[in-house]
Every structure is written in structure tokens, then in C-alpha cells.
Design a protein around this ligand. Structure first.
Ligand code: ADE
Ligand code: ZN
Length: 344
């Protein structure tokens, strides 16, 4: 991948929002080893290189097995702070001005880590990034869909004292065989509590799961959603209602959702008028942060300057930033596009 393509400067200069990032998926092998040592945990790998060599995924589940195992090194509030801070420094380097972060409390509470330990470590880093880098953020609590509805309700109970620190709820983990309808009552309760919802759907699962996420969970965005193109009526609805799709190209490649990035349907989604944008999902596991995803798509999908500007715009307008802040960043994007000679 070249780094000096003329469009890469545009990619780096544009202010962007990241809306699909699992904080546990930003755990780099180096930090995994450092935290294992700090917490006196023995990893089943001899070296950082051995960990990276194991990142050869065949599907979503083969990744999740390693991702949940890796998260076992996260024990203390400081660990969650360090993890989040490392991501935020990378975000700043990629000119991410706003990020909406997922966290998976069940991965940690099941190991005896307190809900508040996780929440406070993450939130402390988010607050510092706003102060130090001006990066704004939202925090989205995800329910693990391979677990039961009952387990989800217990997690919501854990979260009840801290709902002022949680901006929304999500649904992630193994999609196949775990349809959104399994969590309709849980998401209805979250809606009563004023928590907006998003959900992973149409990553490995069928287009029908996207319909369910919209109609049964009232999901405001669809995380991934790339399988929507199997259903033209669904694509028409997503376009008409401008429901954002948080697309993660390198994730789709690494998890074999596509065999080749050149076959990815990102441009098709944009051409259909969908509010799609680019995200990194689990950057430590999938070989790239946000700008790496943009550059890989520019390279393999021949994205144009207009496509790149549109993706940046979509990231802002699909965010949960207030209207005035969205307007500010959209104006900045237009200014930079003009400066770089991109016709709007
Ligand atoms: N890509 C993904 N899909 C579903 N659950 C996840 N958890 C972390 N990354 C995920
Ligand atoms: Zn994801």
C-alpha cells in the first residue's frame, strides 16, 4: 500500500468521525503483553509476533474466540484507561474529531471485573481526550448476542446507576443464529430508559436481520449492514430513511465477509445513496486504523476524491453529535475539499 498517493493527503486532512470501534478490539499485542505482565497473567503465546501470527481468521467466530481471550488481560481501571488512551492517540493521528466507542461489559463482568471499573477507566480517557485533543465522544454499551436475553437484562441492571454516563446501547458478537428478535424486549426496555440503539446486522447474518434490527430493535444505525445489497427493497428503505451503515472494510476482508477488498460493495452503497461511512471495528486485530481503511479502499476500490469527501461527511451526519457541531464539521469538510480542489 503506497502512502504518497495524492488522495491520501485528502484522507489525512479531512476531519472524520469513527462510529464503529470496539475498544477491546484496539488492544494491540504489545499492550496485551504489557498488561499480562502487570497483572501476572500467563498468555498462551511466546511473543508479540506469535500473537500476531495467530490473527488468521476464517470467519467472525474464529476472531471472537481470540478477541475474548485477549480481553482477559484487562483487569483494573488503569488497564481500561490505558487501552482507551492508546486508541485515542491513534484517533488523533488520523484526524478523528469525534468517536463513538463500543464496550462489551459482559466480557469483563463474567470474569469478576466490576462494571464500574470498566466504565470509569474508559470514561476517564474519553474526558482527557476531549480536554487534551478536543476529540468529542459517545460511549455505547453493547450486549453480547451469543448470551441470553436474561444475561442482557442483568447487564442493564448493572448499568442502571450509571446511565448518565452511557449514551446508547448496541448488539454485537456472533451474529449467525442470534437474530435481533432475541433481544426485542431488552431493547424495548432500553428505549423506555431513553437509550438510543444501534445493532450489528448483515455482517455475516442475512438481510432479514437488518429488517429485524430496524423494526424490532429500532436501531438508529446498522453496524456493517453490507449484506443489505442482497435485498433491493431493503436498500431502497435504507436510502429513503437515510439509515447509516457503519461499514468496516478491513474487518470484512479479515473475517472473510469478502474474499478480496476489490469485491467490497462500499461504492455500490454510496452509489445507491446510502449514508455509509468507513470505520475500523477492531483495528488491532484487522491490520489498520481508520485512515488505513480509507487508504485500502482508495487503493482497491478506486475511491474518488468525491467518494472520500462523501464518506467523511456521512461519518459526521450519522454521528450523535448535536446539530451545531455537525454543521461546524460539515463546513470544515467543505472548506478542506475546496482547498484540495475537490468539486463538492
Ligand atoms: N465485527 C464484529 N462483529 C460482531 N461482534 C464484534 N465484536 C467485536 N467485533 C465484532
Ligand atoms: Zn463491530
Amino acid at each position: 500500500m503506497t502512502n504518497d498517493h495524492p488522495l491520501d493527503q485528502l484522507i489525512r486532512k479531512l476531519p472524520k468521525a469513527e462510529l464503529h470501534l470496539h475498544i477491546e478490539g484496539s488492544l494491540e499485542p504489545e499492550m496485551m503483553f504489557a498488561l499480562a505482565e502487570r497483572n501476572e497473567i500467563v498468555l498462551p503465546y511466546a511473543s508479540v509476533e506469535a500473537v500476531r501470527a495467530a490473527y488468521n481468521f476464517t470467519d467472525l467466530q474464529s476472531f471472537l474466540d481470540l478477541y475474548y481471550a485477549g480481553a482477559g488481560v484487562l483487569q483494573t481501571e488503569q488497564d481500561f484507561f490505558d487501552l482507551t488512551w492508546a486508541y485515542l492517540k491513534r484517533a488523533q493521528a488520523d484526524h478523528i474529531v469525534h468517536t463513538e466507542i463500543f464496550f462489551d461489559p459482559q466480557t469483563h463482568t463474567a470474569r469478576g471485573v466490576e462494571f464500574l471499573t470498566v466504565l470509569e477507566g474508559i470514561r476517564r480517557a474519553l474526558a482527557l481526550a476531549e480536554k487534551q485533543f478536543g476529540i468529542t465522544s459517545k460511549l455505547i454499551m453493547c450486549f453480547l448476542r451469543h448470551l441470553s436475553e436474561e444475561d442482557g437484562f442483568a447487564t442493564l441492571q448493572d448499568a442502571m446507576p450509571y446511565l448518565d454516563r452511557i449514551d446508547g446501547v448496541g448488539l454485537d458478537s456472533g451474529e449467525r443464529g442470534n437474530p435481533p428478535e432475541k433481544f426485542a424486549r431488552l431493547f424495548a426496555r432500553c428505549a423506555e430508559l431513553g437509550l438510543p440503539a444501534v445493532a450489528h446486522a448483515g455482517e455475516e447474518g442475512p438481510a432479514d436481520y437488518i429488517w429485524q434490527a430496524l423494526d424490532l430493535l429500532h436501531s438508529r444505525r446498522i453496524d456493517h449492514g453490507v449484506r443489505c445489497t442482497e435485498d433491493p427493497a431493503l436498500v431502497a428503505r435504507l436510502a429513503r430513511e437515510q439509515i447509516p451503515l457503519t461499514v468496516c472494510p478491513l474487518s470484512n476482508l479479515k473475517l472473510c465477509v469478502v474474499n478480496d477488498l476489490a469485491e467490497h460493495n462500499l461504492r455500490e452503497l454510496l452509489a445507491a445513496g446510502l449514508c455509509a461511512m468507513v470505520n475500523s471495528d477492531d483495528p488491532a486485530y484487522f491490520g489498520g486504523y481508520l485512515n488505513d481503511n480509507f487508504i485500502a479502499c482508495r487503493d482497491k476500490l478506486a475511491l474518488t476524491a468525491q467518494d472520500i469527501v462523501q464518506l467523511a461527511r456521512n461519518s459526521i451526519s450519522a454521528s450523535w453529535l448535536p446539530a451545531e457541531q455537525q454543521a461546524f464539521w460539515l463546513a470544515e469538510i467543505s472548506r478542506i475539499a475546496r482547498q484540495e480542489g475537490v468539486a463538492a
